[in-house]
Each structure stands twice: as structure tokens, then as C-alpha cells.
Design a protein around this ligand. Structure first.
Ligand SMILES: NC(=O)c1ccc[n+]([C@@H]2O[C@H](COP(=O)([O-])OP(=O)(O)OC[C@H]3O[C@@H](n4cnc5c(N)ncnc54)[C@H](O)[C@@H]3O)[C@@H](O)[C@H]2O)c1
Length: 279
């Protein structure tokens, strides 16, 4: 089993600049660290948890890496364009864009006290905005420069919920399905319209144990798996949750020349969940 905390892969991204939306989050943070340790200059972008982003950047810089933080709201075109203009003025380019901002919106999920028929517009729209439109807006705001320079690589973070809709999470699953569809569309569009080598792919994480879902999957007191946690492990042939570092190798590979002919793909990183028929 992969040791926690180490991605276990070597790629060289010296001279590349990587912008990570959702870099202040758990998975985006691991990706930021992975690219910075592989030599890239990393913009760790987030909306919340900017203290965590600052700590990460500080730690990376102390270790001799290049990292800095920026606050941005991916659901706002203005906010994204402000960041784009600011970076332009500072002469900071973009080689790789990672769209890892996202997450479930509790009021857009069904439950004992909230039927599907009662889900309201605002939370449904918020979940679609964060998980789908935020990715599309970021590709518009930062992809323009990639199209102009004729090179670049975009990695969108979807979810296994896109392929196997998660019980209760209706808008989250639909939003992530839209991310995969959009990834394919944009890959074709950029290749055909601007430069053949402009690549757009998606990573499709399965179940990772993170701050957001730890309380749902493990008992806070005992650390034992909850019933939902047990069901997930029972449906994961590799019999464990993903560790954030498990995403790093696939992301470095996708962004590297080793994946130069990979276009419009959705790479599942899930310990076998999507492959398992349940029997
Ligand atoms: N954790 C999992 O098991 C899992 C599984 C599959 C997919 N994913 C996806 O991976 C991505 C990262 O998940 P995570 O577990 O690290 O979540 P997280 O909550 O730790 O991180 C989410 C990040 O998104 C940022 N964000 C939220 N709203 C934003 C906005 N409006 N503008 C800009 N940034 C915003 C937050 O600041 C944070 O940095 C998400 O898209 C999530 O849906 C997670």
C-alpha cells in the first residue's frame, strides 16, 4: 500500500506555472504540493480556508519550492477575471490549470427531512454553480491565455458521483457529470479551434477521506467506520479510502508529456469502485 503523505512519483515541472482552483482544500492542497515539489511555481487559489492555503505555501517555500496564494470565487466571472488581470500585470503566466474547487451543498441533498420534491432552487443552483459552472467559468477566464499562446493543459476534478450517482447528492452528482461532458467538449473545441496540443482531461476521484466527509464515514470517538463508511469500503475492491496523495501521480502524469496524446479523458482514481458490479 502507498505510504501516506508520499505520492511516490517523479516528474519534472521546472519552469511551469500551475494554477490550482480549490488549492486551499484537501485534494487541491495535495495537488498543489505535488506540483510544487515537482518543480512548478504554484498559485494556491481558494475561496475559504485561506489560512490553510497560506500555511501550505509557507511550508513549501521554506522547503525551497515556489508557491503563493490567491483568493478567488470560481462562481463569479468578475472574480476570475480580476485574478487573471492581476496575474497578467504581475507577468505570471499559466501552463496548467487545475479545477479542484467544488463540494456538496447540504441543502441540495435529500434526507429524512428533505424529499427530492421539496429541494429548492437556491441550493440546487448553488451546487450546480460551484461544481459545474465554476469549472466552466475558470476555463473561460484562464483558457483564453492558453488558446492565445497555443499551449496549456487543463485538469478538471470530477467525482465518481458523475458515473455512479451518489444517493442523496442529486445536484452534486449531476454537476460532476456535467464536468466530464464539458471536459470532452472543451478538449475537442480547443484542439480543433486553437492548437492541437491544448489538452483538457478530468480526474475522477472515488471516495477519499477528507475533513468534509470524515464525520460521515468514521465515528469521531472510536475511529470505527460508520455504516456508510462500511458500505463504501465493501464496494471498493482495494478495500480502503483514497488518500489525497493518491491523486498526485495521475495529475502529474496527465499534465506531463508522458500523457501528450491523452485528450478528453476521464481518469478514474477510485480503488476499483467504478469497475465493481457489486457481486
Ligand atoms: N473528498 C472526496 O472524497 C472527493 C471525491 C470526489 C471528488 N471530490 C472533488 O474534489 C474536489 C476537492 O474536494 P476536497 O475534498 O478537497 O474538498 P475541500 O472542501 O477540502 O476543498 C474544496 C475547495 O474548494 C474551494 N472552494 C469552495 N467554493 C469555492 C468558490 N466559490 N470559489 C473558489 N474556490 C472555492 C474551497 O476554498 C476549498 O479550497 C471537489 O471538486 C470535490 O467535489 C472530492
Amino acid at each position: 500500500m502507498q505510504e501516506s503523505g508520499k505520492a511516490g512519483v517523479e516528474f519534472d515541472f521546472k519552469g511551469k506555472t500551475v494554477w490550482v482552483m480549490g488549492g486551499s482544500g484537501v485534494l487541491g492542497g495535495a495537488l498543489s504540493r505535488g506540483f510544487a515539489e515537482a518543480g512548478a511555481r504554484v498559485l494556491v487559489c481558494g475561496h475559504s480556508h485561506m489560512g490553510r492555503a497560506a500555511e501550505l505555501a509557507h511550508e513549501l517555500v521554506a522547503a525551497g519550492c515556489r508557491a503563493e496564494t490567491r483568493q478567488v470565487d470560481v462562481t463569479s466571472r468578475e472574480s476570475l477575471l480580476r485574478l487573471s488581470d492581476e496575474m497578467d500585470r504581475e507577468g505570471v503566466g499559466i501552463d496548467i490549470l487545475i479545477n479542484a474547487a467544488g463540494g456538496a451543498v447540504p441543502a441540495a441533498t435529500t434526507g429524512a427531512d428533505r424529499s427530492f420534491f421539496d429541494l429548492e432552487d437556491q441550493p440546487l443552483g448553488q451546487a450546480m454553480d460551484l461544481n459545474f459552472m465554476g469549472t466552466l467559468y475558470a476555463c473561460q477566464a484562464f483558457g483564453r491565455q492558453m488558446a492565445a499562446q497555443g499551449r496549456g493543459c487543463i485538469i478538471n476534478i470530477a467525482s465518481i458521483g458523475a458515473m455512479r450517482p451518489l444517493t442523496r447528492s442529486v445536484a452534486y452528482s449531476a454537476g460532476k457529470a456535467a464536468v466530464i461532458n464539458f471536459t470532452q467538449w472543451l478538449a475537442v473545441h480547443l484542439s480543433q479551434t486553437y492548437a492541437a496540443d491544448l489538452r483538457v482531461n478530468a480526474l475522477v476521484p472515488g471516495f477519499f477521506l477528507t475533513h468534509q466527509n470524515r464525520f460521515l464515514l468514521t465515528d469521531e470517538q472510536t475511529g470505527e467506520l460508520t455504516e456508510r463508511g462500511q458500505r463504501i469500503i465493501a464496494h471498493t475492491p482495494m478495500r480502503r479510502f483514497g488518500q489525497p496523495e493518491d491523486l498526485v501521480g495521475p495529475a502529474l502524469w496527465l499534465a506531463s508529456d508522458a500523457a501528450r496524446f491523452v485528450q478528453g479523458a476521464a481518469i478514474v482514481v477510485d480503488g476499483g469502485v467504478a469497475a465493481f458490479g457489486g457481486i
